[in-house]
Design a protein around this ligand. Structure first.
Ligand SMILES: Nc1nc2c(ncn2[C@@H]2O[C@H](COP(=O)(O)OP(=O)(O)O)[C@@H](O)[C@H]2O)c(=O)[nH]1
Ligand SMILES: [Mg+2]
Length: 687
């Protein structure tokens, strides 16, 4: 593929609700521009963009995928993203690499939560938003209802450009209301046709355009309010300026399956969508000062890795959005996260899974670099001549957690290694080893997200694993002081064993054991104190109730006795253990359960539901504050960790995917009697 200047490059992310047709629209563009020689079908599993085995199996996109097309001397890098909320990390990556978002909306299902999320994500990234209403040929499609819906949801900035003219139930004619031109589509052909008589509808659409143009400047708004007509130039420049700064969201439509009006979309994108050179980026230098990075081919190299493929067969591939300069095998670059150089051996253009060697990846363009040793998604690579860290990728927070376990005992390391590999491709995942429960805990965005991890580590690394609700790390403590004796005596030929201690156990605030002694007259020789302490430190790993670690315990060794020949460190260690085992059951042992702080961000209308749910889960609502995000509230609560197992699923269902939450350990509290009883019973039957 030839090289393009930034002024001739478009980086477009396709986003929207699951199943609205993003991948199909991209396939249609690939086909029309002859980048692929057949029209890929999601149902047949032969698309350029959903090439991963897991995507073909599920007939849905799970990762970001890139495919460039060439149209009217412009290179359009299409970045397809998943619509399923569990794979939203892919949307964050796509948004970061793009300069505009093509938000696909189903002509049948209309505006969904996924549409709203895509609009929000694009606004957060500060990129242009363009709507495409897809599947217009479907007999259940209702373009004008969807259009009204878009206006109602996103306001007067929604501006029609291409609309269908439905005749005898067929959507074969598409009208560009900007240019007053109409085209008729049939199997594989397009012919210009007379403007159809659209009646008063056309006037309504023209009015919607004016309304949108009026949004772009004070001057145009005044003109609009005074009922003056805009000149054609004002409309054209108003719209293209408005698209660029986000104040206008143009609406297109068509049908991906029939490739109807997809060429009209491509033609319009070329003049309407902001080019790669249209905005500079703001990074920070090593001193933390802001640096403006312009999109120029002859600047010092700087780019961000927005996606990584780590495949056991293909190897590692880092996708880069180049902001400035050129990336090629003879350009030295450093990784700003590690501070170390990364060696580029070659650079590629990637279309789906197909790779092609290129001489360089230029400013404003997207490409891939194979076999970078340390690079991770989100890293900035740049020339040592201008060190700059570019804006990071804004991933959603993964809150759904499960324990991941090997099917074959002893394979823990294999699972851990495979999960690490999968995480290289998907930084939205989190993973850690819980030393208290001895479980490997993996965090994702939802059930499907983690299912795919299990599937991938099997298919790619041949490791069998399964998911299980994580164990809760309970703890135990005491509420009363006791004084007990611990005596260890054994006579078994030769040397005997003898140790005898009196210990007072009492509650305290410390997390670890507080050990003291107040021995008088050498009742226990000094040299054995450490053995007593060691005996207790080992013993508190298992509490008297359910075997959980004991906290808040003070132990004072105040008396005892010894034997000049038979006493040893070992005997005193044993004696301490006996004292512990005798003493703690008498000291009113209590089970403690971990609590966490929940911060749930949910739509206003769901606040009551979530507060009710918190109560049902034995939590306490601590407060509510309006979120920065319009129409959303933050509910803060403290909830026992044991009650949080399927909270992610609850929030998803209750808010239709709009809500999100974070949950972090805060402290231990006494478990209520009924809860403690269940935990103790479970622990005792497990053994
Ligand atoms: N009738 C019709 N179906 C479509 C069209 N575009 C996509 N689909 C179907 O809708 C489903 C979801 O499409 P896909 O492209 O995977 O949607 P995505 O999840 O947004 O990427 C698939 O079964 C497609 O075949 C279209 O233009 N017309
Ligand atoms: Mg898709």
């Amino acid at each position: 593929m030839k090289q393009y200047e930034p002024k001739n490059i478009l980086n477009i992310v396709l986003a929207g609700h699951a199943g609205c047709g993003k991948t199909s629209v991209a396939e249609s563009m690939l086909y029309l521009s002859k980048a692929s020689d057949r029209l890929g079908s999601v149902a047949d599993g032969n698309t350029v963009l959903d090439y991963d085995a897991e995507e073909i199996k599920r007939q849905a996109s799970l990762m970001t995928a890139v495919a460039p097309v060439e149209w009217k001397n412009t290179k359009i890098n299409l970045i397809d993203t998943p619509g399923l909320f569990d794979f939203e990390g892919g949307v964050s990556e796509g948004m970061r690499a793009a300069d505009s978002a093509l938000i696909v909306v189903s002509g049948k299902d209309g505006v969904g939560v996924g549409t709203e999320k895509a609009v929000k994500a694009a606004a957060k990234e500060g990129i242009a938003k363009i709507f495409f209403v897809n599947g217009i040929c479907d007999e259940d499609a209702r373009f004008y209802r969807v259009f009204e819906d878009l206006k109602a949801t996103f306001g007067p900035s929604v501006c029609p450009v291409v609309v269908p003219y439905i005749q005898d139930g067929k959507a074969e004619i598409y009208v560009n209301v900007f240019e007053y031109r109409a085209y008729k589509y049939s199997n594989g052909t397009v012919t210009p046709t007379d403007m159809p008589d659209m009646g008063p509808r056309l006037e309504g659409l023209r009015e919607a355009i004016k309304e949108a143009v009026a949004e772009t400047s004070e001057e145009l708004l005044d003109k609009f309010l005074e009922g003056e007509e805009f000149t054609p130039e004002e409309i054209i420049t108003g719209v293209s300026q408005g698209v660029k700064d986000g104040s206008i969201c143009p609406v297109f439509c068509g049908d991906a399956h029939n490739t109807f009006a997809i060429d009209m979309l491509l033609n319009s994108l070329v003049w309407l969508a902001p080019k790669a050179d249209s905005r500079s980026e703001l990074g920070v230098d090593p001193q933390g000062d802001p640096v403006e990075v312009n999109v120029t081919p002859d600047g010092a190299a700087a780019g961000i890795i927005f996606k990584t493929v780590a495949d056991p067969f293909v190897g590692k591939l880092s996708y880069i959005k180049v902001v400035s300069g050129k990336f090629s095998s003879d350009v030295p670059v450093i990784n700003m996260r590690t501070g170390e150089p990364e060696r580029i051996t070659k650079v590629l253009t990637v279309r789906g899974k197909k790779q092609e060697d290129v001489q360089y990846i230029g400013a404003g363009d997207i490409g891939a670099i194979p076999k970078l040793v340390n690079a991770k998604t989100g890293d900035t690579l740049c020339s040592p001549l201008r060190k700059v860290v570019l804006d990071p990728i804004k991933y959603p927070v993964a809150s759904y957690s499960m324990a991941i376990k090997p099917k074959t005992k002893g394979d823990e390391d294999k699972v851990a290694q495979a999960v690490k590999k999968v995480m290289e491709e998907d930084p939205a995942l989190r993973y850690f080893h819980n030393h208290e429960t001895h479980e490997m805990i993996i965090y994702g965005l939802g059930e499907q997200h983690l299912d795919v991890v299990v599937s991938k580590i099997k298919s790619k690394y041949n490791v069998d694993a399964y998911l299980k609700t994580p164990k809760v790390a309970y703890r135990e403590t005491i509420r009363k002081s006791v004084k007990v004796q611990g005596r260890h005596k054994k006579q078994s030929g030769g040397h005997g064993q003898f140790g005898d201690v009196w210990i007072e156990f009492s509650p305290c605030d410390s997390d670890s054991l507080e050990f003291t002694e107040s021995i008088v007259g050498g009742a226990v020789p000094k040299g054995f104190f450490p053995a007593v302490e060691k005996g207790l430190r080992d013993a508190i790993q298992k509490g008297p109730l359910a075997g959980y670690p004991v906290v808040g315990l003070k132990a004072n060794l105040y008396d005892g006795s010894y034997h000049p020949v038979d006493s040893s460190e070992m005997s005193f260690k044993m004696a301490a253990t006996v004292a512990y085992k005798n003493g703690l059951p008498q000291a009113q042992p209590t089970l403690l359960e971990p609590y966490g702080t929940l911060e749930a961000t949910v739509p206003d209308g769901n606040m009551g539901d979530v507060m009710g749910e918190v109560n049902k889960r034995r939590g306490r609502v601590m407060g509510m504050t309006p979120s920065d995000e319009k129409g959303m509230q933050i509910v803060e609560a403290e909830v026992p960790m044991a009650e949080m197992a399927n909270f992610a699923t609850y929030i998803r269902q209750c808010t239709q995917g709009r809500g999100s939450y974070t949950f972090e350990f805060v402290r231990y509290e006494d478990a209520p009697a009924n809860v403690a009883q269940k935990v103790i019973e479970a622990a005792n039957t497990e053994e």
